[in-house]
Ligand binder design. Structure first.
Ligand code: GDP
Ligand code: MG
Length: 399
């Protein structure tokens, strides 16, 4: 009986992780948040191109923040830096600090570095899923080094897109056409050329004339198309991380959040179904709190942990009132850090599942309501009461 019951708790333990301590009935919100972000699916990308071609500008407008600046990458080698953004679920390899004039000289070293680090990967999750090779559209010719890099990524089966940056207008088209011809020419043996021309940020000519950015949606489309079938997580991670198309971003965030709600319901359900005596309420609260932190992570909401905690506490208060009355609420409040001993009754599996789903889907609806379609960012009011009032509008649970 006991061993069976402990197996039954696997789904709970797997979902909640080490954020909840069953012995002390304490929930560690910081751990919950860290686990939530660490558990996000990752999209791995490698970026090529000399200094000045527009890599940073491209990444900045594609992901909504300069990952290279923010992440303070860890140097893999002299010319290769790995930048992890936990918030966005993106791992970026950047060929950093290579001046155009040195690029030919350093290309052999870079190739060695890339080969070495690719061969060191222990897990498929560590391999770059996609490459972007940036070529300045205002340059005069395609460089042999660019061809060599394309061959290298082909060898490692990393789908790579040639991104013609700073494509202001028709004057760049001539070069781009020549470049494509050169890359695909007989002698270079590049089998599949994928390319896109972009202006990743608006280009201001003078007070009255600005060339609007363009091509970013194409870059997103081709990137999604080229991602290998096997890395579903990476596809969704890319959809969530980009800010080019906010509808795609929102849908992917919601889809991941719904998976979180499902896993949370299963976790809460096993608590309700368990024959182990004792109070179910704190465990179910732990599952629901974990769920909210994970949904936050899917929507890239982090930072103010105290605010998040008061939202979690508030939500559990509201939903417990709807479900089992004030007695449980006081238990739940004891469970929230600050603590106290927990007493209380059993909650059925059906109730635990239904309640957790109701909380999760209402919370997703709240975040969607505050999702700014222009910026692609959830903008929560700083006032917790306002958030909780919105939650009440969406939350419905019939006993
Ligand atoms: N307006 C505009 N400027 C760009 C664009 N791409 C690059 N630049 C400019 O070109 C310069 C070099 O770009 P940067 O992104 O720093 O290149 P990196 O060294 O490859 O990261 C900067 O002054 C950018 O502002 C673009 O799409 N639009
Ligand atoms: Mg840069």
């Amino acid at each position: 009986m006991v061993s069976k019951a402990s197996n039954v708790f696997d789904a709970f333990d797997k979902f909640v992780g080490d954020a909840y301590n069953k012995e002390t009935n304490t929930f560690d919100s910081k751990k919950a948040e860290d686990n939530a972000f660490n558990g996000k699916d990752k999209f791995n990308i490698i970026l090529f191109g000399a200094t000045g071609v527009g890599k940073s500008t491209l990444v900045n407008s594609f992901f909504g923040e300069d990952l290279a600046e923010a992440g303070k990458g860890k140097p893999v080698t002299q010319h290769l830096t790995k930048i992890k953004s936990k918030k966005k679920g993106v791992v970026l390899w950047d060929t950093k600090g290579i001046e155009a004039k040195d690029y030919d000289l350093t290309i052999n070293q870079l190739k060695k570095d890339i080969k070495n680090s690719f061969e060191e990967y222990k897990h498929v999750d560590d391999v770059p899923h996609l490459g972007w090779l940036c070529v300045d559209s205002s340059s005069s010719r395609i460089e042999p080094r660019d061809i060599e890099l394309l061959k290298l990524t082909e060898e490692y089966e990393i789908p790579t897109i040639v991104v013609f940056t700073k494509a202001y207008g028709e004057s760049e088209d001539e070069f781009i056409e020549c470049a494509i011809e050169e890359i695909t020419s007989e002698k270079n043996k590049i089998k599949n050329l994928n390319y896109v021309k972009v202006l990743s940020s608006d280009y201001r000519i003078n007070k009255s004339i600005t060339i609007p950015s363009h091509g970013m949606d194409k870059l997103l489309g081709i990137s999604l198309k080229l991602l290998p079938e096997g890395v579903k997580g990476a596809t969704n991670a890319l959809k969530k991380a980009q800010v080019v198309k906010s509808e795609i971003r929102l849908e992917a965030m919601k889809s991941s959040a719904r998976k979180v709600v499902h896993a949370a319901s299963v976790a809460a359900g096993v608590v309700g179904a368990s024959p182990i005596p004792g109070s179910d309420a704190p465990l179910i609260a732990a599952a629901q709190s974990t769920m909210i932190y994970k949904i936050n992570a899917e929507f890239e909401l982090s930072s103010d942990i105290s605010n998040a905690t008061s939202v979690v506490t508030g939500i559990l208060g509201i939903t417990a009132i709807a479900q089992v009355g004030k007695a449980v609420v006081s238990n739940l409040l004891k469970f929230i850090p600050g603590v106290g001993s927990v007493i209380g009754g059993a909650i059925s599996a059906t109730t635990a599942i239904a309640l957790t789903e109701a909380v999760g889907h209402a919370y997703i609806a709240v975040l969607e309501a505050y999702f700014n379609k222009e910026t692609g960012v959830v903008e929560l009011p700083s006032n917790t009461t306002t958030i909780l009032n919105t939650f009440k509008e969406y939350f419905s649970f019939k006993r």
